[in-house]
Design a protein around this ligand. Sequence first.
Ligand SMILES: Nc1nc2c(c(=O)[nH]1)N[C@H]1C(S)=C(S)[C@@H](COP(=O)(O)OP(=O)(O)OC[C@H]3O[C@@H](n4cnc5c(=O)[nH]c(N)nc54)[C@H](O)[C@@H]3O)O[C@H]1N2
Ligand SMILES: Nc1nc2c(c(=O)[nH]1)N[C@H]1C(S)=C(S)[C@@H](COP(=O)(O)OP(=O)(O)OC[C@H]3O[C@@H](n4cnc5c(=O)[nH]c(N)nc54)[C@H](O)[C@@H]3O)O[C@H]1N2
Ligand code: SF4
Ligand SMILES: [Mo]
Length: 728
Amino acid sequence: METKVSYCRLCPASCGMEVDIEDDRVVRARARPANVSSAGYSCTKGRSAPSAHNHPDRVLRHLRRRPDGGFDEISLSTAVEEIAARLTSMLAESGPEAIGSYWGTYSWRATATLPIARSWWNAIGSHKTFSPITIDQASKTVSYARTGFYTGGPHRPDDSNVWLELGGNYPVSLQSAGWSSTNPTAQLREQRRRGLTLIVVDPRRTELARSADIHLAVRPGTDAVLVAAFLHVVFAEQLDRPDFWRRHAHNVDRLRAFVQEFTPAMAADVCGVDEHDIVAAARAFGHGSRGMASGHTGTDMGPGGNPCEQLIGALNIVCGRFAREGETVPGAALLGPPPAPRAAVIPPNRTWESGWRSRLGYGLLPSPHCNFGELPATLLAEEVLAPGPDPVRALMCVGGNPVNAIPDTARQVEALEALELLVTVDAFMTETARMADYVIAPTMMYERPDYHVVPGPVGLYSPPLVSPPGDTVEDWEFFWRLGTAMGLDMQLGDDRREGVGAFARIPAGRRMSLQGPPPTSDEVLAMIADDDETLDLLRRHPDGYAPPPASVTVLGPEPGTEEARLDLLPPELPEEMADLMRVLASSRRRAYRLVVRRAKETFNGTGKNQSELNQGGTNPLHIHPDDIASLGLTPGERITITSDHGRVHAVTRADDTLRRGVVAITHGWGDLDDEDPFAAGVGTNVNRLTSARGPSQRVLRMPMMSAVPVDLTAYESPPAGRREQPGS
Ligand SMILES: Nc1nc2c(c(=O)[nH]1)N[C@H]1C(S)=C(S)[C@@H](COP(=O)(O)OP(=O)(O)OC[C@H]3O[C@@H](n4cnc5c(=O)[nH]c(N)nc54)[C@H](O)[C@@H]3O)O[C@H]1N2
Ligand SMILES: Nc1nc2c(c(=O)[nH]1)N[C@H]1C(S)=C(S)[C@@H](COP(=O)(O)OP(=O)(O)OC[C@H]3O[C@@H](n4cnc5c(=O)[nH]c(N)nc54)[C@H](O)[C@@H]3O)O[C@H]1N2
Ligand code: SF4
Ligand SMILES: [Mo]
């Protein structure tokens, strides 16, 4: 046995790991105390990675669907040849818009996938790009694009005295603005010890809420009203920072007038929390001199995602929670130009209002996946199914499971079935893979080299620890080969690096052609990084390399940009707030609200097939014990959940951290229809309760995925004739 040092690539935290190797297989992984960034932190998912690598169900050979629905194993070259031929003839027949792409969670975690697959996709020239970004927290993107973007940089937790988190649970999700994405418990403890006041808004007393000074357990979906009331108090008590907003924002008076009606008393009524607690939280935030408010999936997936993010942005601006001109801020950088903060505004760009429009009338949102931008994920099915010219005929998926992840499963099934060609690059036979014409078998993390820079910054590099098993190929290499076989003019590098959507992009001036036989993975990483010296430095520091601390001074605006202002009252805000109030009123006809939550053990749909992670093989419906009792049930019993759109079954789990009347369940589980959610490892598909064609957030077309009105009843087994197995 041998032990090698690496880092985990299951989530952006990128924890340092020690990995035991036997017979060219990873067998155990544990946290690496010496890692500069994670310092001994890891989670159960990372420690279980060897069981995913060696999973009996892992796809190790490339597969082609037979007419009878089964799959044949084929070589990579056959797969590439056949897919290239079909795409090429489709391009000739129907043009690029007939081809769509879907970029899932694991298109992000292998360093080379995004740049190389994007070069292939840009060369195809289609606008039909889709990803979960538009069913995640894309209301932030909409809010920036309507308000504008301040480039001086936000306040950071480590130099702030107050922080407001809405609808996120950073200790479990490791995702939050500003907080570095590793060792959440230690970070929270350290910042709290330093005197940071933490305010958490969540209908559940989450791991994060337990560390908070103030916890507001709001009714789901009502956050926009709460934040409007915070602004009301901030203006009324003159806790705003005119030195900031006078210089950088306009429409502040109109915003002040708009929030007039959102009094703490009114918000208390809507949000179901005490008026005094609302005032106390608003004062604590307003009196703090530094620190941001930040929304997450809980706020953004509800019926008021857009107005909520708009108002959170406004609260930060009104309270001046950004670095000012002349301020000194951390400025160390790795593998890229040092940040150049400027006390300046990129004005609203509303990308979707100009330029290309889909055949269904939708414009493009900024995208890291395609130079053009991307369309809302919930439009994917309509782009396939709606009658008329230019339907999507082929879909290329990488590291995602769209049929399960996108709301309205039945519609997604219909769309994927209607495709002439569906290709997915996935390590497992997910619901999407089972519908695919071709499944490409990718390497997993310990079988490939990668580098990554975590905030800090700390640079990490890992060589492959073991050989790729079976016929597996790195995702980037499949796209490289496909592009070459199609004779496409693939260019690495990109021109746009400004503003929203600029992340994960390679700057101009580094363009290079990707023709000819594929190079080695390390050569590809070197091409992407375009900085051999730093990459070598990372290689020599297996526990992570942190550059010497450095600072930069926030500059003034560039000449000619001084007049740009942040718009604090975009015209849609009052309309969207009115939409929200209507949805909240009509939600009352159902007794419960179903909310999103993440589990420590799984990452979206990943991990549910690993017995040591899947907690008995299902995603339970968390429900307050008193609610279980009032339904005449006992914990662990089965239950039926009915929304306006669908009906699913689940197993209950008593959870007294929830507000009464609120139930929570994770997504990514369950099959495509009603067939036996109780079989081990199947679980409940929440997206059979959501509708991609009902009321939705404007621009994004994002339906209610949290605060969904539901009724709960004792388990009603599916109609006779369906498969039904005992045991849960
Ligand atoms: N372990 C693990 N980590 C993950 C993931 C995972 O699946 N597992 N997924 C990753 C991905 S893709 C993402 S996008 C991020 C998401 O990261 P987060 O947004 O932090 O996700 P959650 O941990 O689910 O926290 C959402 C919280 O919102 C609350 N909530 C639900 N509805 C409402 C509401 O209407 N109002 C308010 N105020 N709160 C509400 C829920 O109770 C829950 O505590 O996590 C990432 N990290
Ligand atoms: N109702 C509801 N729906 C939701 C959400 C919700 O909270 N509620 N959350 C939304 C959010 S925030 C997101 S981000 C999406 C997630 O949407 P997706 O990203 O489409 O879903 P995942 O289940 O994360 O898919 C990841 C896929 O990667 C595969 N995989 C694992 N390891 C590897 C690897 O090494 N290489 C490759 N190529 N593939 C690998 C897994 O088998 C899995 O199929 O779901 C969205 N949908
Ligand atoms: S938090 Fe867990 S999944 Fe994320 S990098 Fe660390 S060990 Fe891996
Ligand atoms: Mo996400």
